[in-house]
Design a protein around this ligand. Structure first.
Ligand SMILES: Cc1cc2nc3c(=O)[nH]c(=O)nc-3n(C[C@H](O)[C@H](O)[C@H](O)COP(=O)(O)OP(=O)(O)OC[C@H]3O[C@@H](n4cnc5c(N)ncnc54)[C@H](O)[C@@H]3O)c2cc1C
Length: 228
């Protein structure tokens, strides 16, 4: 499908538009994605909702104070105070007060083991510079991995309104602008992994590839590394 999106411009535009509108609909409707169960003002709920919202991930909150379905799940899993919030992933897995990395793994934001794969380009940072690198490299047919510690969009993702970006005469929010680039990079096949912290770069090349050391995951290997 991805090859078709790129090769057939008219059809690709229709499908991309449908996928984007579907995602917007899921986010606005609060349906699809993981279900968070916990008091809406608790620190864990606010932390995970912030992470999911910043990364454009649809999700749904059930507050046990108001929701009977939440009460039933709580009776089944009897969480202790430190277990809040519970998170139910689409796979059915139930996580207890997960950190952002555990949640991202459960909903497929980081992807599986890459084994001996060697990418053409590894991009450290998913802000505007990293996203631009990913779009240009992937659209030229290079294999691309993009790693970010927090969210796509970088600093620009936190900007309420960007007035000086070429081509947007009425201005655009940083998240809307960078979400377009994020989707564009994925369309061309870039593997985007968030949240992943890059710890160091090993410049001794083996089989023509650098090794990028990651916190909590196996190193990633790539022929070129762009620190963005
Ligand atoms: C609130 C706000 C409003 C702004 N408004 C405007 C504006 O209106 N117009 C304008 O021109 N500019 C604006 N800027 C500035 C603009 O956002 C930045 O110039 C731009 O984001 C820089 O892009 P970048 O990709 O180079 O770096 P960044 O946006 O800083 O992205 C770097 C990315 O690298 C990631 N990262 C860092 N270390 C690691 C690591 N070890 N491992 C993995 N990932 C890592 C970070 O999480 C981040 O996502 C604004 C900035 C802010 C904060």
């Amino acid at each position: 499908l991805r090859a078709l999106l790129v090769a057939e411009a008219d059809l690709g535009e229709r499908i991309m538009r449908a996928l984007i509108l579907r995602r917007v609909n899921l986010i606005q409707g609060g349906v699809g994605g993981p279900v968070l169960i916990g008091p809406s003002h608790s620190a864990g709920v606010v932390r995970l909702q912030g992470f999911l919202t910043r990364n454009g991930q649809p999700h749904h909150l059930l507050d046990p104070a108001h929701d009977r379905d939440a009460a039933e799940l709580i009776a089944r899993y009897s969480p202790k105070p430190q277990d809040w919030p519970l998170v139910v992933a689409a796979s059915g897995a139930v996580l207890r007060n997960p950190n952002e990395t555990e949640l991202a793994r459960a909903i497929g934001m980081i992807g599986g083991a890459k084994d001996d794969r060697i990418y053409d380009v590894a991009v450290v940072g998913c802000g505007p510079a990293g996203l631009a690198t990913a779009v240009y490299a992937a659209s030229e047919g290079l294999s691309v991995a993009v790693l970010d510690i927090r969210a796509f969009g970088g600093q620009a993702g936190a900007s309420a309104r960007i007035e000086n970006y070429l081509g947007f005469p009425t201005g655009i929010s940083g998240q809307a602008l960078t979400a377009r680039a994020f989707t564009q990079a994925q369309k061309f096949g870039a593997d985007i992994m968030i949240p992943v912290t890059v710890k160091s770069l090993d410049c001794t090349r083996k089989d023509g590839a650098f090794s990028v050391a990651l916190d909590g995951c196996d190193p990633l290997r790539s022929r070129a590394v762009v620190v963005a």
